[in-house]
Design a protein. Structure first.
Length: 164
């Protein structure tokens, strides 16, 4: 699982390094998320790169707090399509890929040893979001993203992005 995560992070970094990035189209930030079926609060790290007025690339990573001896995390690579943009308030659709990682670990205590298992799952992300400019370089955002996979779930995420 660590090897897959490392490969994906390197791929995302390479894609950003080979793209002609203008400082005006790049944002980064953090947020709080909740995943249904995961039943846990998560912390998200979010990026946003505007290709043009209506299309954005939006990678994100969510780490969910441990619940019932299971730790979840999700790497999303999404595209945003702005349906509406009015006075710093944008409404957009979300489509992309999500990779969910799960890790179970339970200490057997007096019997000795530990039971552990890891898995990953790839799914299709579909959703919607909105953002509101609250200052020169700050946007608030809220999103609902449904990952369609063998373990489908809804993630609700809200946070702040800083524009570089």
């Amino acid at each position: 699982m660590k090897k897959i995560t490392s490969i994906l992070v390197v791929m995302v970094l390479i894609s950003f390094a080979t793209t002609n990035i203008s400082a005006q189209g790049l944002s980064a930030g953090a947020g709080i998320a909740y995943g249904t079926n995961i039943s846990s609060i998560g912390i998200s790290v979010n990026g946003l790169y505007s290709l043009n007025e209506t299309i954005q690339i939006a990678p994100s990573f969510v780490y969910f707090l441990e619940s019932d001896f299971v730790t979840w995390s999700v790497l999303n690579i999404d595209g945003h399509y702005k349906f509406s943009s009015n006075d710093g308030f944008d409404i957009y659709g979300i489509a992309g890929l999500g990779i969910t990682f799960a890790s179970f670990s339970y200490d057997l205590g007096a019997w000795g040893g530990t039971i552990s298992e890891t898995s990953s799952n790839v799914g299709l992300n579909l959703g919607a979001g909105a953002s509101k400019n609250i200052g020169t370089n700050l946007d608030l955002f809220g999103e609902a993203r449904y990952q369609i996979s063998s373990g489908s779930f809804l993630t609700i995420n809200a946070g702040v992005l800083y524009k570089f």
